[in-house]
Design a protein around this ligand. Structure first.
Ligand code: NDP
Length: 295
């Protein structure tokens, strides 16, 4: 007897994209401004190429210009830096995104440091991350996946203030920033990582669980307090002979079990995933507005 409400990220993402498309078209008509996103892809990872293609398509669908640079795997760090600096100086580019992971011979920190913080639509520049962590400071951009998780909670009317939240995972791109965002929304936050003992004792206290681990079905029904809200960021391929590709994607949370215990839960796919790109478009739009001092 599944009772949880399904948090439909695909639907919410569509609504947000429609809102963005309307605003982009108003900007074009009233001020002649077209927001632009530059994406830098280094190397031949298939998954990265797919993400970049999806981001470009999403830009087109809302009227945002996209610029892509694809550098070969054996490029030097200098070559990547050069294209970043070019986009930093290009007034038709409002957002710059370096698709991660970079080839192992490159220093990710040097490269992310080079992105102008005014154009850092991924929110990965250390100044933006640092400001997110500090009381009374505002980052110019918040990372897209964490922002998408919070946006889902908001759009489903789920209160965060005063609630106990548990984040599973502490990566720079998801776990850590989403924990900071929850704290900024006045939740009391615990973070679970690979060295945490008895994680289920901690998750069972949570009103809100956000899981970003990368382990299929790790979060079982008995990890969840009855009535809790569960946001599943994980995207994990598992073998499935019945599927044409030979695999299917599942989250970190055992979805069927969660549906029986939680009050609301995100599916995988169709939960957080579509929100990530919607937030990238939102960040690019706000970068363009900021560049022209539009409200
Ligand atoms: P990382 O591998 O960078 O981080 C995983 C985190 O989970 C680490 O902090 C690690 O702990 C922790 N962890 C690993 N195993 C366990 C365990 N058994 N128990 C408790 N904690 C554990 O992953 P990402 O943050 O980049 O991504 C997490 C998941 O989210 C992946 O499935 C990824 O595909 C997905 N993802 C989805 C996105 C979307 O758009 N929906 C966007 C980005 C990621 P420690 O720090 O100790 O190593």
């Amino acid at each position: 007897e599944a009772s949880a409400k399904v948090i439909d990220g695909k639907l919410v993402a569509k609504q947000i994209r429609d809102e963005i498309a309307a605003e982009v078209s108003r900007m074009k008509e009233s001020a002649g401004i077209v927001p632009g996103l530059a994406v830098i892809l280094v190397g031949d990872r298939k998954d990265s190429a797919t993400y970049v293609r999806n981001k470009k398509k999403a830009c087109e669908s809302v009227g945002i210009n996209s610029f892509e640079v694809h550098l070969p795997e054996e490029s030097t760090e200098q070559e990547v830096l050069k294209s970043i600096l070019g986009f930093n100086d290009d007034p038709s580019v409002h957002g710059i995104l370096v698709q991660l992971p970079l080839p192992s011979h490159m220093n990710e920190e040097n490269i992310l440091n080079a992105v102008s913080i005014e154009k850092d639509v991924d929110g990965f520049h250390p100044l933006n991350t640092g400001r997110l962590a500090m009381r009374g400071r505002e980052p110019l951009f918040v990372p897209c996946t964490p922002k998408g998780c919070i946006e889902l909670l908001h759009r489903y009317g789920i209160d965060i203030k005063g609630k106990r939240a548990v984040v599973i995972g502490r990566s720079n791109i998801v776990g850590m920033p989403v924990a900071l965002l929850l704290q900024n929304e006045d939740a009391t936050v615990s973070i679970i990582h690979s060295r945490t003992k008895n994680p289920e004792d901690i998750t069972r206290q949570a009103d809100i669980i956000i899981s970003a681990v990368g382990q299929p079905n790790m979060v079982r029904g008995k990890w969840i307090k009855p009535g809790a809200v569960v946001i599943d960021v994980g995207i994990n391929p598992v073998e499935d002979a019945a599927h044409p590709r030979g695999y299917r994607l599942v989250g970190d949370v055992c979805y069927e079990e969660a549906c029986k215990v939680a009050s609301a839960v995100t599916p995988v796919p169709g939960g957080v995933g579509p929100m990530t790109i919607a937030m990238l478009l939102a960040n690019t739009l706000s970068a363009a507005k900021r560049a022209y001092n539009l409200a």
